[in-house]
Design a protein around this ligand. Structure first.
Ligand code: GTP
Length: 382
């Protein structure tokens, strides 16, 4: 049952982890694809560059007007300078477009306009560096310059808009990035919280299992297995510190009658009441366990034979007069007790102690029950 629960929890945890992983991978992939173009681009700087180069068209027009009014070499030189500035700015704008990585589909028409400018520029430069003494050449230069200026203005204004749109996308992307990070953080927290809860549950179940495997369910006392652990430790400690350890086996007399006359459930209640009474009478360092049907074992570390005898006698006489709640509050039971003691200098094992106490218990039963007998080389009865 617990195994099934644990493996279900394991599957849930793995599924949660895979889900979180998938969500993270999807979000990161989507983000990376979109962010690739935008994240590193400085659209703001590019936009202000474009505003600056838009002034080139104004310079060109001014140079043409001056040349028209007064076709002097000085104005011709101004025109040549303006054209050379435009040429180099066109080149650096192209370079900037490649750097900000605008999607080619978005700026295809701008690109076409740039090609047109590329075609017009050499013609303009040739005219501007030729002889401009007759009106016809100036007129041709003027119209070509106007066509060039139109194209330039269109290209730059389109580009400006594209860059603004890209900057808006970049801002939106950053917003998404924030939300993505918040979502990932929340998922991670959820996952960690789930993991902690699951671990808490697992450890809780483990503790409950340990408790159950060490406890007798009728009386709530330690069971045989828990007693063996405790006794092993107590005996090892006693050997090291040369202290005595006593062990008592307590067995009800004619318990069968209780079951027969009052029913098994009432028999259980009697066992429980006895266990509670026993717990109240012993020291904190003592351990009591139910090791069989109606047989109990009391481990008394650091207790000599006389001390054990005194306590067990008190137990025996208390039980003999104990009103049993499950059977009309009447005292109706006695116990027989066998005690064995190991001294500090002895290295008796639990099994030895147990069989000595069992031997003494057998003697108590044979000698008429309701007795406490300590195991000695010759058994000693009270
Ligand atoms: N109610 C209840 N009875 C139990 C439990 N375990 C064992 N018993 C009963 O305890 C009785 C033990 O019977 P016996 O071994 O003959 O011992 P006894 O009747 O106490 O007689 P002596 O020990 O010889 O004095 C049986 O009737 C078992 O059914 C239990 O968990 N609950």
């Amino acid at each position: 049952m617990a195994d099934r629960h644990l493996s279900r929890m394991r599957v849930t945890l793995i599924a949660a982890f895979v889900l979180v992983l998938l969500v993270m991978i999807t979000l990161i992939t989507l983000f990376t694809i979109n962010a690739h173009r935008h994240v590193g681009a400085d659209y703001l700087a590019f936009a202000s560059d474009i505003v600056r180069v838009q002034q080139d068209g104004v310079q060109l027009r001014l140079a043409i007007e001056s040349l028209e009014e007064n076709p002097e070499p000085l104005h011709q030189q101004q025109l040549q300078r303006a054209l050379s500035v435009i040429a180099s700015r066109l080149e650096s704008t192209r370079h900037a477009i490649r750097n900000v990585q605008l999607a080619p589909v978005d700026y295809r028409h701008v690109h076409r306009e740039f090609d047109n400018l590329d075609a017009l520029l050499p013609r303009l430069e040739a005219l501007a560096s030729g002889s401009l003494e007759d009106e016809e050449s100036i007129e041709e230069l003027k119209w070509l310059a106007l066509e060039f200026d139109d194209s330039l203005a269109y290209a730059y204004s389109e580009l400006h808009e594209l860059v603004h749109a890209a900057a808006a996308q970049q801002r939106q992307l950053m917003g998404w990035l924030n939300w993505t990070l918040i979502l990932l953080g929340a998922l991670l927290l959820l996952f960690i919280a789930g993991l902690l809860l699951a671990m808490d549950k697992i450890f809780g179940q483990k503790r409950a299992l340990e408790r159950l495997s060490a406890t007798d369910e009728v009386t709530g006392l330690n069971n045989r297995r828990a007693l063996l652990d405790t006794a092993g430790r107590a005996l090892a400690l006693a050997r090291r510190s040369h202290q005595p350890v006593s062990l008592a086996l307590i067995d009800f007399d004619h318990f069968k009658r209780i079951n027969d006359e009052h029913g098994h459930p009432n028999g259980d209640r009697v066992l429980k009441q006895f266990a509670d009474t026993l717990q109240e009478m012993i020291r904190q360092t003592d351990t009591v366990a139910r090791i069989g049907g109606e047989e109990f074992c009391l481990l008394m570390p650091n207790t000599e034979r006389n001390g054990a005898m005194e306590l067990c006698e008190r137990i025996r006489s208390t039980i003999a007069t104990l009103p049993l709640e499950a059977i009309d509050g009447q005292p109706a039971l006695t116990v027989s007790i066998g005690i064995a003691t190991t001294h500090g200098d002895s290295d008796a094992s639990f099994n030895t102690l147990y069989s000595q106490a069992d031997h003494a218990l057998y003697e108590a039963k044979v000698k008429g029950r309701n007795k406490t007998i300590t195991y000695k080389r010759q058994l000693q009865a009270i």
